[in-house]
Design a protein around this ligand. Structure first.
Ligand code: ZN
Length: 355
């Protein structure tokens, strides 16, 4: 290690705790009496955290999704402790994406009797394939990006807070003790916790093979995970036809508040129904494009103009959101429409399409 690299390395180490201390507390929103949404700020320019929801009762707490890092879960647990003396008895992880379960270790350490619930297919993915899927990014992609940023920050002081945030994220992700569900379910698990009646449901394959949603009928509250994201649903490795059916089941629930995997909570079903309409167009037009001999990229170009009005309903015509819509929803969903037409989809995690 050269002296300069050693210095940079030491500086980076110093930056880690400072960055952790500087991170803003999660934003808290009371969804209904005793039910709170915690929103964690993103990690520099390298990571977006998922929504975490705490359902309090007179006999314990249920946490739906445990954030993407132990530090974020610590911060959310710190907030929960200011709201109740009750222990966290239940964790429900909606699906295998890291930003919804990498903080579970914090709850297990604090509450050894904790029951950690996920769909049986989600647990099967968490214990192996999900970790393998994340490995190249953690071992090569992110360190390579940070090395480049480090060089730029050496001559541009304005980049140093971003570098510290990004380094903090990598440090958190690499030190995570993956903590797996110890309770699994297939279609439905009912939890009676104090005065709360809570249903954990799966309606089939959607964004992943085993998405768990939580429904609290007394509060007309639905926690949907990444089955839907506000404003743009993230369609990597989803199950196009089945996902639409899943959203039809979600739509049929009597819900006045829907909490999506990311973004602000919904108080009506407009975004859900617009997303379903986009899925219907992509299923129909994708199939027609394939029959005409177009590849998925050509299909995307052919279909995008017809989606313009639906897109603007989600994006407000913001350029960055339009770009995300085109890639994360249209492109990724269409690739899976083609995969589905080419043969039955397995539960394996599909690679990110090259773009
Ligand atoms: Zn997510």
């Amino acid at each position: 290690m050269t002296l300069r690299r050693a210095l940079l390395f030491a500086l980076a180490l110093c930056a880690i705790p400072a960055s952790a201390q500087n991170r803003p507390a999660p934003a808290r929103t009371e969804l209904s009496p005793g039910i709170y949404l915690f929103t964690t700020p993103s990690y520099g320019d390298v990571g977006l955290d998922g929504n975490s929801i705490a359902i309090l009762s007179r006999d314990g707490v249920l946490v739906f999704d445990t954030n993407g890092t132990p530090a974020a879960a610590e911060a959310v647990l710190g907030e929960i402790r200011t709201l109740t003396q009750q222990p966290v008895r239940w964790v429900v992880n909606s699906h295998w994406h890291w930003d919804h379960w990498y903080g579970t270790e914090v709850y297990q350490r604090a509450f050894p009797d904790l029951r950690i619930v996920a769909h049986e297919k989600t647990r099967a993915l968490m214990i192996g394939p999900a970790l393998e899927f994340n490995r190249p990014g953690l071992e090569k992609g992110l360190p390579g990006y940070l090395e480049n940023l480090e060089k730029r920050a050496a001559t541009d002081a304005a980049l140093r807070p971003l570098l510290a945030e990004d380094r903090f994220f990598l440090e958190q992700k690499t030190r995570t003790r993956h903590t797996f569900p110890n309770v699994t379910f297939t279609e439905k698990l009912t939890i009676e916790m104090g005065e709360r009646h809570i249903e954990v449901l799966n309606f089939g394959r959607g964004v992943t093979p085993g998405d768990a949603v939580v429904y609290v009928p007394a509060e007309k509250l639905l926690l949907a995970g990444d089955l839907i994201v506000n404003p743009i649903t993230f369609a990597l490795s989803g199950y196009p036809t089945e996902w639409l059916r899943v959203l039809e089941r979600v739509d049929a629930l009597d819900a006045a508040t829907i909490v999506t995997g990311h973004g602000a909570p919904l108080h009506d079903k407009a975004l859900l129904r617009t997303t379903m309409e986009i899925f219907r167009v992509l299923l129909r037009e994708g199939k027609a494009a394939k029959e005409r001999g177009l590849n998925p990229d050509q299909a995307k170009d052919a279909i995008m103009p017809g989606l313009h009005d639906l897109m603007v309903r989600l994006t407000g015509d913001d350029a960055a959101k339009n770009a995300a819509f085109r890639t994360q929803l249209v492109d990724w969903y269409l690739h899976r429409v083609y995969d589905e037409l080419n043969g039955p989809l397995t539960d394996a995690i599909a690679a990110i399409p090259a773009s």
